[in-house]
Design a protein around this ligand. Sequence first.
Ligand code: BJW
Ligand code: ZN
Length: 266
Amino acid sequence: MLSNEMEFKNLIKLAKNIIVITGAGVSAESGIPTFRGAPKLRWRNYKPESLANMPAFVKSSSLVWEFYHYRREICLKASPNNAHLALSSFELRCLKENKQCTLITQNVDGLHKRAGSKNIIEIHGSLFETKCMKCHSIEDNFTSPICDGLANRGSPEEDSKLSDIPVEQLPHCDKCHGLLRPNVVWFGESLPEQALEDSIKLLNKCDLCLVVGTSAVVEPVASFPHQVIARGVPVVEFNIEKTPITNNSRYFFQGPSGSILPSLLS
Ligand code: BJW
Ligand code: ZN
């Protein structure tokens, strides 16, 4: 075993309170496109950030729902990969060894939960939850298609016809008939209060932080590893390429997370 690997395993042995921060790279090997790296999410001519915001939804809920419908369908067909599975086994092992291990994921694809992770904070929400624009109630929703109006819609091709689904044919709330939106955190929106509060507590008490498959540029999560490093606590990064946190990390393991995590966390 390489010395970095041995030293990393020793850090795990000594740690009592571990947080794992994940991003889109963890799901890349499940065939889910990432936002900034390869394979990159391509949908018509739009940049994801131009659709993942409230003004875009207000301007055309039809267009934004088509985009999310497309992504929901990809995620429903995908399966957790070896990285998701390694992280859920790791949580179980920590539990047996009386360590606390919490997964803070920016991913909205639900694959960590499907892999069996239990102690998880989905800090950017979930594609499989809806939020009512009127009564604000949040509900699980795995229905495919989410409503008849979106059946056979959401093609990523650039020449797709204009998005013109009448608003009454988009998903609506069972309770108050308000328009539903995907319960994900859009640019310019605050993160869910409880999730953020819990994460900050964990950042302040963890003794080891693993960061997997995130470009570490989207705030506020991008700052989390730096907050941990500022307390003198080791951060260990796993990614196919360097990120803004690599130089300040204790160790950087380079490679696809589905290939490198299973042995490093075993
Ligand atoms: C592999 C791999 C493999 C590939 N194995 N690795 C301070 C300064 C500047 C701007 C801001 C700031 N504070 C707030 C902002 C604005 C904004 C922001 O951060 N903008 C930046 C882009 C500059 N932040 C916000 O608006 C946040 N809200 C907020 O802070 O509220 C208060 C506030 C608002 C406005 C102003 C000031 C304060 C909300 C952010 C919500 C982000 N939402 C999204 C969309 C969710 C819904 C959806 O999916 O549609 O979340 S954006 C998108 O990026 C998504 C992701 O969770 C997030 C992070 O991306 P991630 O996971 O890192 O993926 P990628 O693609 O970037 O990277 C993939 C990585 O994997 C790469 O490193 C690859 O190398 C690697 N990889 N294959 C391992 N096999
Ligand atoms: Zn409602």
